[in-house]
Design a protein around this ligand. Structure first.
Ligand code: SR1
Ligand code: MG
Length: 419
């Protein structure tokens, strides 16, 4: 596509405009006029088209100059597509095969043409339907560990990492959304918030909890000033696409540098929200087994993160941090250093996990896991369990064993009548 002024695509205009990109046109095959184009974007921000030609299909994702779920009253810079493109290329290097292949990027049109994942579907919808995905926890544990480690100064040369932090520092609008919606809005009566009225007493409890608000702000301070690694930034179950046996991570448009525990913490929160919502989605006969499978995935993410991070620590620790010159080369073990690094990551992860469990119920952009439950009383009971567990995670994050604290709290709150 020639460099022209930005213009949002539509199902009617896409063929002619994308048809000008030889590489894309050749891949799709046939006359562009005959391509089938469907706009399928159901996310909060962008246009997403599936384009099917004579030979192949592709996804065309285009940023809109505003937040799609709210409208033009909330402008959002198009440059976010550039950061998404940067993130996709870095993730492809750091965890090969984990993200869709990019066929073409057009900065002026804020447009990424990428691999059409088929027959993959959004993980969240599979979890609501009670479907299982083979190897899910292992894949996600690897993704989080590899992107965390290989995007940090455990692995990267200091100059390269700092230069990349500089690149991503241009992405100011997107982090601002997370700073407000995730870390701050749940804890006061923010303008864009909404919650189920059944939750009023729980919300009152959370907002009166000064220790909780201090902890959330402490996590925000880390999120906004700690540049440990390049994050996906929005790793929920809507950012993972799966078949029954294969998974991929999509949509890193919230990528920024931040604490290593952020992605894995957000991901675990979304598994927990699926877990707590299941009584409304499953027959009683299937419920316990399916909830047990979700807990298995959580444990598998934690175990695989630790295993893979440890493997990388022992084999790829080539950056400035904890160099082998200080440890192994002098005949000293770095096992204690690894252990304290992992403890710090899990402390952050548990804090983020709890905060994400709050924001998806109290602020803008709720999760379908709960939103699809029509009976507000039933939904409220399940959301309340999730909110209270989130609080316990935030307040109990320091020194906790992630597997134990998550399993114990999930089992306890799953039976508790909070409201
Ligand atoms: C205004 S954007 C709302 C949410 O959608 C995205 O998926 C992120 O999770 C963001 O917080
Ligand atoms: Mg998204």
């Amino acid at each position: 596509m020639a460099k022209t002024e930005y213009c949002a695509l539509s199902e009617q205009t896409l063929n002619a405009r994308i048809g000008q990109i030889d590489q894309v046109s050749n891949y799709l095959g046939g006359d562009p006029k005959s391509w089938d184009v469907k706009e399928v974007g159901d996310g909060n921000l962008n246009l997403v088209f599936i384009v099917t030609g004579a030979s192949n299909a592709l996804v065309v994702k285009q940023a809109l100059p505003y937040v799609r779920m709210v409208g033009e009253s909330w402008p959002l810079p198009l440059y976010r597509a550039t950061f998404e493109h940067h993130a996709l290329s870095r993730q492809a290097e750091r965890d090969p095969g984990s993200v869709p292949h990019v066929h073409h990027f057009d900065e002026s049109q804020a447009l990424i043409v990428m691999e059409y994942l088929s027959p993959h579907v959004i993980l969240r919808s599979k979890l609501i339907r009670g479907e299982r995905v083979e190897g899910l926890g292992t894949f996600l544990g690897n993704f989080c560990a590899r992107t965390a480690f290989r995007g940090s100064e455990f692995s990267m040369a200091s100059e390269a990492k700092k230069a990349d932090v500089g690149v991503f520092s241009g992405n100011v609008a997107i982090p601002a959304i997370t700073e407000a919606l995730v870390f701050t809005d749940p804890y006061y009566d923010a303008e864009m918030n909404n919650h189920n009225p059944v939750l009023d007493p729980v919300v009152e409890k959370l907002r009166s909890d000064v220790a909780l608000k201090v902890a959330a702000q402490r996590m925000l301070q880390k999120f906004s000033s700690n540049t440990e690694t390049m994050l996906h930034g929005d790793l929920h179950t809507g950012s993972v696409m799966c078949t029954d046996t294969e998974s991929r991570v999509i949509d890193p448009e919230f990528a920024q540098y931040g604490p290593m525990g952020f992605d894995v913490g957000m991901l675990l929160a979304n598994f927990l929200m699926s877990y707590f919502s299941q009584p409304a989605h499953r027959d009683p006969a299937e419920l316990a087994a399916y909830q047990a499978w979700l807990i298995e995935q959580i444990i598998s993410v934690i175990h695989q993160f630790n295993r893979e991070f440890t493997r990388l620590w022992n084999s790829e620790r080539t950056g400035m941090l904890y160099p082998t010159a200080l440890f192994e080369d002098q005949g000293h073990s770095s096992a204690d250093a690894l252990h304290s690094t992992l403890s710090a990551i899990w402390e952050d992860a548990l804090g983020i996990c709890g905060i994400e469990m709050h924001r998806r119920v109290l602020s803008l952009a709720h999760n379908a896991d709960f939103e699809q439950i029509e009976d507000v009383d039933k939904r409220g009971k399940l959301e309340a369990r999730n909110l209270m567990m989130g609080r316990d995670l935030v307040l109990g994050r320091s020194g906790a064993d992630p597997e134990q604290v998550i399993c114990d709290l999930a089992a306890r709150y799953n039976k508790e009548e909070v409201v």
